[in-house]
Design a protein around this ligand. Sequence first.
Ligand code: IMP
Ligand code: MG
Length: 321
Amino acid sequence: MSILVVGLQFGDEGKGRISGYMAKDMTHSVRFNGGPNAGHTVYDNKGECFKLHHLPCGIVHNNIAVLDAGMVVDINKLADELQYVKDKGLNPTVLISENVHIITEKHILNDSKNDTIGTTRSGIGYVYADRALRAGFRAHDFKQELEALGICLYKGRCPDLGDDSGTLLEGAQGIMLDIDYGEYPFVTSSSIMPSHVHKVDVTVGVMKAYTSRVGQGPPYHQDEEELRNIGQEFGVTTGRPRRCSWLDLDQIDYALGIVRPNVIALTKIDILNDMDIYVYEHGKKRLIGNVDTYLDFLCSRFPQIELVSDSPQGEMIYIGE
Ligand code: IMP
Ligand code: MG
């Protein structure tokens, strides 16, 4: 069984929480794109909060953590992150593909000096550029350093991911930041979907009840300060305030057309209690009503979705037919 979790917006949809929730019954959690540009917040069974960048969220449920080809890794930051999870009581098993590309000081320096789109300045564009130029360093070249951290390298397809494993494929960022399908050039430098190597049984699209965005790009409608404050919309990786606005139905239709999820996990609807809720459609802002009206609206606007359960942190999980 293999479940893929993908963001339907601009990242920060709450994929971490959903991945954590889904990982409970899994044996392996796999990251396949991006690197330390990602910032995922996840809670373990005791309610302890973890903020992760490279490691998949399923690690809090003792899933084996797989850093697969397609990812880019900053070894210094990964070492700190491993120490951080160990200090919080985890004893993770981490596997890394020999083909993962390694972020160097030079990549970070270039990203910081030449950033024109508001990147996370973690060297992402430059490491993926070197990958495309066939000039990069890969995990293979840093075998000793990685093994010293207790990380095992593997060749090709991760040998652990057989038919018997329960695999959670944890996407980073969101489809609107995809290098091919996102709002180029205001995108990240990787694909948001996994490669064909990964078999996917169920795709979960994560959708936040409103829109947020860090970095540049078209202003996603009028910025709503109230949403930013009640939603605590500040980047996990950079601490930057996120621009916030109401859900854009056309953007979601576009994302659904690309990702084609079987399941939509709706996050952060609980924080909209006591607010007048709006949506944008064809560029126009429209009042929907309160949280209950909004939920009814979403279910009829996206008729394939149906309430299944509430997770402990208040996200509502919806499942398609
Ligand atoms: P980069 O991935 O650091 O090159 O940044 C490119 C764009 O993607 C910038 O607008 C970033 O703010 C955005 N971005 C990258 N990763 C994330 C993420 O995990 N969440 C939200 N935005 C992200
Ligand atoms: Mg994030």
